[in-house]
Design a protein around this ligand. Structure first.
Ligand code: UGA
Length: 438
C-alpha cells in the first residue's frame, strides 16, 4: 500500500520506517532539508534502538523515500499526519500550527477516497475541525484519528507490534467503513497477530491518547507523593511500591519513585489537557493534573536539596558528577529532562558540575553549553565530592561501588532513580541517599 507520512520527527520517522518494514511503499515528508537528507541516506537524526537498521533496509529496498515537497504525498492512499504539537509559548495549551500547516499543504494533493490519518497528539475537538476542512475542500478525502502509543527507546517495537490499535472514524457509516478498511490494510500484520482494536469516534480517539498519558503521569506522581510522605516517616517508598504493586489492580509498572517524569510527551500532554478541559468548562475535572505536575516538579528540587545537604550546605566550587542527562535511558532526548534540569540547577548554585550520558551529551551541550561534559563515566567520577545519578542507564545502575569509590574524593551518592543496590553501596562505605528511602 502507498503511504505518506507528514512530519518526520520522532513519531513520523519511526512510523515511516516501520511501515516500510511492514512492506508498504512509504514517502516521508518534512520541511527540514537536513532531516530529509539524513533520512534519505538511511541515517536516523536521533538515537533510537533498532531504527537505523530498518531505515537502511527501507531506503535500500526502494520502499522508503523522503522529500521536502509535500506534492510527493500525492498518490498515497493513506496520509499520516505525525507533526509535533508542542506547548504554546506563554500558555499550557498545545500549539497546533504544525498540524494546520500539514493539512494546508496536503489538501491540494488529496484525491477522492484518500484517507488522512491523524497521529499527532491533539486537544479533543481538533479532528472534528480538520474533518470539516477536508470535507469543505471537495476532494472526497476522509479523516481518521489514529493515536500512537510508542515509547521512546522502544519506538520501533511499539509501532510494529503495538499493544493496541485505536481508530477514530468518521461519523458517516460509509466513510467509516472505507476508512477502517484502509487502516486494516495498513496494520494487517498487527491485526493478524491478534492486536486488540478499538474503533470509535474522533473525540474518544483523541481522548484515549491524552488520558493514557495523564494516567501514567498520575501514577508516577502518586508514588512520588508517597515518597514525600516516606521522607518524613522513615518509610521506604520502593518497598511500598513493591508491596502495593503485587495487587494486580495496581501493578508495579510506573511506580518508580525518583526525580520524576520528563520528555516530549507526559509533561506537555497533561498541561495541554488541563488547558483544553478549561476551554470546555471542565477545568475542575482534571484540576488534579496540576497537582500531578507540581509533585513532579518538586522532585527535581528535592534531588537538588539533597545534593546541597550532602555538600554540607556549601555547593559552591564543589565537584559534582551528574550521571545521566537524557529524560530516560535508551534515549538521547533531553526535552524537559529532570536529569538535565538537576545538573543546571546545581551549576546555578555554583557547583562544578561534570555531567555524562551515553547518548545525550551533544543535545545537552547545544542548549546548556555552560556545563562540563565528559564522555567517560570514570572521568565524571574523578575527584567528585558528590555523585548524583539521575538517568538509570544500565551502565550506571550496575556500576561497581568499588570502581566508583576508587575515583571520587568523597563516597557520597544520591540515587535520583532509586536504581542502585543501597545495601551494596553502603557496605562498600558509601553514604547513600535515595528518594523516599531511609
Ligand atoms: C510516553 C508514554 O509512555 C507512551 O505510551 C506515549 O506513547 C508517549 O509518551 C507519547 O505520548 O508519545 P515516553 O515519553 O517515551 O512515552 O516515556 P515514558 O517511558 O512514559 O517515561 C516518561 C518519564 O517518566 C521518564 O522521564 C521516566 O523516567 C519517568 N518515569 C517512568 C518515572 O519517573 N517513573 C516510572 O515508574 C516510569
Amino acid at each position: 500500500m502507498k503511504i505518506s507520512v507528514i512530519g518526520c520527527g520522532y513519531l513520523g520517522a519511526v512510523h515511516a520506517a516501520s511501515m516500510a518494514e511492514l512492506g508498504h511503499e512509504v514517502i516521508g515528508i518534512d520541511v527540514d532539508p537536513a532531516k530529509v537528507g539524513a533520512l534519505s541516506e538511511g541515517r536516523a537524526p536521533f538515537f533510537e534502538p533498532g531504527l537505523p537498521e530498518i531505515l537502511i533496509a527501507g531506503v535500500q529496498s526502494g520502499r522508503l523515500r523522503f522529500s521536502t515537497d509535500i506534492a510527493d504525498a500525492a498518490g498515497a492512499a493513506v496520509h499520516f499526519v505525525a507533526v509535533g504539537t508542542p506547548q504554546r509559548g506563554g500558555s499550557y495549551a498545545a500549539d497546533l500550527r504544525f498540524v494546520d500547516a500539514a493539512i494546508d499543504g496536503l489538501l491540494p494533493h488529496l484525491a477522492d477516497g484518500d484517507l488522512v490519518a491523524g497521529k499527532s497528539t491533539v486537544p479533543v475537538g481538533t479532528a472534528a475541525r480538520i474533518a470539516e476542512r477536508i470535507a469543505g475542500s471537495g476532494t472526497g478525502a476522509m479523516l481518521a484519528w489514529n493515536p500512537e502509543f510508542l515509547r521512546e527507546g522502544f519506538a520501533v517495537k511499539d509501532t510494529i507490534t503495538p499493544d493496541r490499535l485505536v481508530y477514530g472514524l468518521p461519523p458517516e457509516s460509509e466513510a467509516a467503513e472505507r476508512a477502517r478498511d484502509l487502516l486494516d490494510e495498513v496494520y494487517a500484520t498487527a491485526l493478524a497477530a491478534g492486536t486488540p482494536l478499538v474503533t470509535t469516534d474522533y473525540a474518544t480517539a483523541e481522548l484515549v491518547k491524552v488520558s493514557a498519558n495523564a494516567f501514567l503521569a498520575t501514577k508516577i506522581s502518586f508514588i512520588n507523593a508517597m515518597a514525600e510522605i516516606a521522607e518524613v516517616t522513615g518509610a521506604d517508598v520502593t518497598q511500598l511500591a513493591d508491596a502495593i504493586g503485587f495487587d494486580a489492580r495496581i501493578g508495579r509498572r510506573f511506580l518508580g519513585a525518583g526525580a520524576g517524569f520528563g520528555g516530549g510527551c507526559l509533561p506537555k500532554d497533561i498541561r495541554a489537557f488541563t488547558a483544553r478541559a478549561e476551554e470546555l468548562g471542565r477545568g475542575e475535572s482534571v484540576a488534579f493534573l496540576k497537582e500531578v505536575d507540581a509533585i513532579n516538579l518538586r522532585r527535581r528540587q528535592r534531588v537538588v536539596d539533597l545534593a546541597v545537604e550532602a555538600l554540607d550546605g556549601q555547593p559552591y566550587g564543589k565537584r559534582v558528577a551528574v550521571l545521566g542527562l537524557a529524560f530516560k535511558p535508551f534515549s538521547d532526548d533531553i526535552r524537559d529532562s529532570p536529569a538535565l534540569d538537576v545538573a543546571v540547577r546545581l551549576k546555578g548554585l555554583g557547583a562544578e558540575v561534570v555531567a555524562t550520558d551515553p547518548e545525550a551529551i551533544a543535545n545537552s551541550r547545544r542548549i546548556h553549553p555552560q556545563l562540563d561534559y565528559v564522555e567517560d563515566v570514570s572521568d565524571a567520577l574523578e575527584g567528585a565530592d558528590l555523585v548524583v545519578l539521575v538517568t538509570e542507564w544500565n551502565e550506571y545502575r550496575h556500576m561497581d561501588p568499588a570502581f566508583a569509590g576508587a575515583r571520587v574524593k568523597r563516597k557520597v551518592v544520591i540515587d535520583g532513580r532509586n536504581c542502585l543496590d543501597a545495601v551494596g553501596w553502603r557496605a562498600d562505605g558509601w553514604e547513600y541517599h535515595g528518594l523516599g528511602r531511609p
